[in-house]
Design a protein around this ligand. Structure first.
Ligand SMILES: Cc1cc2nc3c(=O)[nH]c(=O)nc-3n(C[C@H](O)[C@H](O)[C@H](O)COP(=O)(O)O)c2cc1C
Length: 224
């Protein structure tokens, strides 16, 4: 599927068929997810993929009882590591090995930069990890849809309860949930006309920013 088609036809889907997503398809999807860009390439994301009835039921209980959590083949908790230093050394070793940075001094300077990012209040680090991890969630949805696997992003969950239920260690932010599954042949969600979007001229501001009034949403026709 061309990206334009993937983007144009993706929908948030609540209904899923019983068809199982094979492990190799999930692997292919997550392989693409790892290509997501991140600040300093620090890749703060982790994914807790729930495929068993028991774990999905536990997730549903902390996700406002949303039915698609258990209807899905796989429910993914996108977690963001709030420690920018977590993978920094390994990442900068790779940069050095590939001559992306010239020497150890630059590597050390980069590590110092990242360390200063790690020494900010937790609230700021949570925002920091949410930026890159949210991009990973978007890649997950597009990579899935390219394989014919539908998805739904979800913010409707109790973060503290999720952390407790799944024993998530300190330092990880539950950023988003993403349900994954093949849509049934007659999935109303997929066949629905796209939900309206605010038009380009009301959301894009060249050179200077002045909030514009929202006058309408419309159905973009992006086919090529
Ligand atoms: C950050 C975020 C949180 C969302 N939370 C939920 C949710 O908790 N439950 C749900 O059913 N859909 C949720 N959605 C899906 C939106 O309702 C959906 O993306 C939006 O209506 C546009 O529809 P579309 O994705 O089909 O284009 C969420 C989407 C985003 C991006």
């Amino acid at each position: 599927m061309e990206f334009t088609e993937t983007a144009a036809t993706r929908r948030s889907v609540h209904q899923y068929s019983d068809e199982e997503i094979s492990q190799s398809t999930l692997d292919a999807i997550f392989e693409h997810v790892t290509l997501t860009p991140s600040g300093y390439n620090l890749q703060p994301w982790e994914f807790l993929a729930l495929r068993e009835e028991e774990t999905q039921t536990a997730l549903k209980a902390v996700a406002n009882g949303q039915e698609h959590v258990t209807a899905a083949d796989t429910a993914v908790v996108v977690l963001g590591n709030t420690d920018p230093m977590a993978h920094a050394e390994v990442v900068f070793d790779d940069w050095l090995a590939k001559d992306y940075i010239p020497n150890q001094d630059v590597r050390s300077a980069l590590l110092e930069n990242v360390e200063s990012m790690a020494n900010v209040p937790e609230a700021e680090r949570r925002i920091w990890t949410t930026r890159s991890s949210s991009l990973a969630a978007m890649t997950l949805m597009y990579a899935a849809w390219e394989q014919g696997v539908a998805s739904c992003p979800m913010e409707g969950f109790d973060s503290d309860a999720l952390v407790e239920t799944f024993d998530i260690p300190d330092g990880y932010e539950p950023v988003m949930l993403v349900t994954l599954g093949y849509p049934p042949a007659d999935a109303a969600d997929i066949e629905n006309e796209r939900k309206g979007r605010r038009p380009v001229e009301e959301v894009v501001h060249y050179e200077a920013f002045e909030p514009s009034e929202t006058t309408r949403v419309e159905t973009p026709d992006i086919t090529e």
